[in-house]
Design a protein around this ligand. Structure first.
Ligand SMILES: Nc1ncnc2c1ncn2[C@@H]1O[C@H](COP(=O)(O)OP(=O)(O)OP(=O)(O)O)[C@@H](O)[C@H]1O
Ligand SMILES: [Mg+2]
Length: 259
């Protein structure tokens, strides 16, 4: 088994500007393989921007980026997906008029030999691959706890189910790291509890989890370590207990109630 201290993601001095706005300022953080790492902070702090840098949607203006020991410079989202980084989005991005099964199968094409175009051309090896992908998609549907016929359209799922479908699609890429942008947003307490169990299960499969959340209880109950962003700067990092006690975090984000 991999020693728990092995670093999976190493970010150093990451800066990102939008015109005159500094969205990320000298952010450095290391995520260890196998941990659940939380990212919290007020609205507009730069959390999603950091995710967009990590997943290649945005290029950073400055800084270094290592994943699995390899340095990446000016990467594209599909390269990072192939390297093993998968994500979900703050605003759900499913194919609303595709079935739940098809939504997951789209994720899997990151890993297939024939890719999405091969699947569309339907030669015999692509058809065989397609069959295997569909099987795996069914397993993932079950794994994330969606008990619906596989031809249910994504738009007909409940909000909580849509969030879990996004997780299944991300898992279909066989990631080393799963990055989740506010997965509990809009969920009720029961749904959040089952999300927590799902994320623990994903971690027990050896997948590292990076989690943005405003649900402080979920973050504190789930994460091994937490980083706090405020105005694009990392103002604290540590175990949930350390972060909760940190006066800078209390004043910027948590308030006295949660302290
Ligand atoms: N594409 C963009 N163009 C211009 N400004 C942007 C862009 N993306 C983000 N920003 C700005 O960067 C800052 C950080 O935004 P970001 O979405 O990363 O915050 P966040 O921490 O995810 O907030 P929230 O908790 O509300 O989701 C904000 O001021 C935001 O308006
Ligand atoms: Mg955000």
């Amino acid at each position: 088994m991999t020693p728990p201290s092995e670093l999976l993601l190493e970010l150093s001095g990451v800066c990102k500007h939008f015109g005159g706005l500094t969205a990320l300022s000298e952010v450095s953080l290391n995520i260890r393989r196998g941990e659940i790492y939380g990212l919290i902070g007020p609205n507009g702090a730069g959390k999603t921007t950091l995710f967009n840098v990590i997943t290649g949607l945005y290029q950073m203006d400055q800084g270094t980026f290592k994943f699995g020991g390899n340095t990446y410079v000016r990467t594209k989202p599909h390269q990072l997906a192939q390297a093993g980084i998968a994500r979900t989005f703050q605003n759900i991005r499913l194919f609303a008029n595709m079935s739940v099964l098809e939504n997951i199968m789209v994720g899997r094409h990151v890993r297939t030999r024939t890719g999405i175009w091969g699947a569309l051309s339907r030669n015999s090896s692509a058809r065989m691959e397609e069959h295997t992908i569909a099987e795996r998609a069914r397993e993932l549907l079950h794994y994330v706890g969606i008990q619906r016929p596989t031809n249910t359209l994504a738009k007909n799922l409940s909000y909580g189910e849509q969030r879990r479908l996004e997780i299944a699609r991300a898992l279909a890429t066989d990631p080393q790291m799963l990055a989740l942008d506010e997965p509990a947003a809009g969920m009720n307490a029961t749904e959040t509890e089952s999300l927590k169990a799902l994320l623990q299960s994903i971690r027990s499969e050896g997948i590292t989890v990076l989690l943005i959340e405003h649900d402080v209880k979920l973050i504190m109950g789930l994460c091994d370590r937490v980083a706090v962003l405020d105005y694009g700067k990392k103002i604290a990092e540590g175990t949930p207990v350390e972060v909760r006690r940190n006066p800078a975090v209390i004043s910027a984000y948590l308030g006295v109630e949660s302290a």
